[in-house]
Design a protein around this ligand. Structure first.
Ligand code: ZN
Length: 387
């Protein structure tokens, strides 16, 4: 058991200084005066008097077993490490494949998610990859969703991109229908994580399915919606009409110069344009490959997206004047709701004991607790993977 003493907790616009009691991987109680139990043997105590308690972060789009490969074998990116996630405050991760569904497999994705779960955080996966027909475990998306607990939906399915399989309306529609029925039969929320490319068709396929079929809009989580100004305008319209929009936080300066809307700016502009705050999500796209350019604009290497970009974008949104509670919902309660993960993304008794404690003045991450276990202490990882 663990008590966080006198931490600030943001709760529906209210800031309260309370104690948080964790035990058995759950939040047991949140109230003032719980610290009277802190003298009991075996109870670990964290002094929260300089800290704000936030829910553990949820990253809905991470290439956990590596991605990339779009420049040949040598550009395949490495697997993520547990501590890359935990030091970034991420306590729930959703792994997905990307462009490469040949040298990367769903089996490998599943195993990596299993490793992260065993190492102490919550992990899930999406079946399929960029292409339709999708690669699957069992022969269909529907069966994968019903028979495999870890599969929350499909993704990332690419549209309006030269790297997509150029899916037709019928193909895309059938894929969405599989997720819809898979969600119902499995009792899951059912997410269709759609990679948007730079193509001029933009969201046309999603709009067509939403407008012409009975499939509810809530299943769609279109991502990279901040990649160019035109697509970002579509994100505002989609968000205002009730859809979820996901902004990618990993970036390089060249992308921003070329017109990408930084995730923090995207959030600020969405809120000002009337997009409900509970429709806005961030994801890191970590381990996706990113090009590096020199000052002359010449490509000189590659790097990978990082989970740390997720919370950095939240801090920048706060610097822009977005309330912390609103900004942080893009990496906590909002993705948890889309993904149908009712036990994470909020701080309340009964929820998973996933807590990120940040400094009240600097908002730096100080402690990260996942499933009741301290993973990061004073900013340093204390639980590490086997290697
Ligand atoms: Zn993508």
């Amino acid at each position: 058991m663990l008590i966080i003493r006198s931490a600030e907790v943001l709760c529906e616009g209210d800031v309260r200084e309370i104690d948080v009691l964790l035990g058995g991987g759950r939040i047991l109680a949140m109230a003032a005066g719980l610290d009277s139990a802190s003298g009991l043997p075996g109870i670990q105590v964290i002094d929260g008097s300089q800290l704000i308690a936030l829910p553990g972060f949820v990253d809905s789009h991470v290439h956990i077993c590596g991605g990339g490969g779009e420049g040949g074998f040598s550009t395949r990116t490495p697997e993520i490490k547990l501590t890359d996630l935990t030091t970034a405050g991420v306590t729930t991760v959703v792994g997905c494949l990307g462009t490469d569904g040949v040298t990367r497999s769903l089996d490998g994705l599943y195993a990596k998610a299993g490793a992260l779960q065993a190492e102490g955080i919550n992990s899930y996966i999406l079946t399929g990859n960029y292409r339709i027909p999708p690669i699957t475990f069992t022969g269909s998306i529907l069966r994968d969703m019903v028979l495999m607990d870890k599969v929350l939906g499909v993704g990332e399915v690419a549209i309006s991109d030269h790297r997509s399989s150029q899916p037709t309306y019928e193909e895309f529609c059938r894929l969405a229908a599989d997720v819809r029925v898979g969600a119902m039969l499995s009792g899951k929320s059912g997410v269709i994580n759609v990679h948007l490319g730079d193509g001029v068709r933009m969201m046309a396929l999603i709009e067509a399915v939403v407008n012409e079929t009975e499939i509810p809009v809530r299943h769609f989580l279109p991502t990279h919606m901040n990649r160019n100004p035109e697509l970002f305008e579509k994100a505002i319209a989609f968000g205002r009409s009730g859809g979820y929009v996901d902004f990618t936080t990993s970036t390089v300066p060249q992308f921003i110069e070329d017109g990408e809307v930084a995730a923090d700016e995207a959030m600020d502009r969405c809120l000002k344009a009337g997009v409900p705050s509970d429709r806005i999500c961030f994801s890191s796209d970590a381990q996706g490959s990113l090009p590096l350019y020199d000052k002359a604009g010449e490509l000189h290497g590659m790097t990978v997206g990082k989970p740390s970009s997720l919370y950095e974008a939240v801090r920048r949104a706060v610097e822009r004047g977005v309330p912390l509670e609103t900004a942080v919902s893009a990496i906590t309660s909002n993705p948890a709701r889309v993904l149908g993960l009712g036990h994470v993304g909020r701080l309340a008794p009964g929820m998973a004991a996933d807590v990120v404690l940040v400094h009240r003045d600097t908002l730096e991450i100080v402690y990260v607790i996942a499933r009741g276990q301290v993973m990061v202490c004073e900013g340093e990882p204390v639980v590490k993977d086997a290697f």
